[in-house]
Design a protein around this ligand. Sequence first.
Ligand code: PEP
Length: 248
Amino acid sequence: MRKKIIAGNWKMNMTPSQAVELVNTLKPLVANEEADVVFCVPAIDIVPVTEACKGTNIQVGAENMYFEESGAYTGEVSPDMLTDAGVKYVVLGHSERREYFYETNADVNKKVLKALEHGITPIMCCGETLEQREQGVTMDFIRQQVKVGFQNVTADQAKTTVIAYEPIWAIGTGKTATTEQAEEVCRGIRACIAEIYDDATAAEIRIQYGGSVNAGNAAELFAQPDIDGGLVGGASLKADFGKIVNYK
Ligand code: PEP
């Protein structure tokens, strides 16, 4: 039985003091022993958020990480910096990073491997554009993202990794994929993992849905057999996140 994982992606929101205030508001609302609850926050918020989350069920994640150990990479954040600050998860290959910062599948793969090497769980994002969906190439595109993203990742490592299926047309738009669309692609991603590895790995890996998840649609989405929780943007900054975490 896979444990649900519900993660907030704060994106480029919340100054350090606002972040602590938000954590203090959400803390009592997100208690749920049946799910892993993760706040993925801007790099500058990681230290104060980790401190504010001490003694709670909230785990802290980063929104990005570089694939080198250290050195002359101005502005980047290394895996050791994240682990030393208490980070357990990292969002990799979000569509906003792919679009605005030109991250390729190969870059995402390097980051996934580096995160795993350091014991940080990658939340690897994939998802199609509206144009690709309309052209009927959704699964071809996502299979490529997953296959390259998981190159040289062992089956044991893959089992611990999280994949977030996020149709780009549903992110921040208020347009959620229908439950059937979300389940169909998550099932397809699981089949792709079974092809790369085996059925046991596919049965263990957790696959989230992301894209305008809110308090009203979370229960139906998360009840699908291949959807193991959600990656939540806008609604993770509000008290509604407590309702999403306690969706049942
Ligand atoms: C996201 O940031 O990954 C996301 C899914 O955003 P939203 O929930 O706002 O669509």
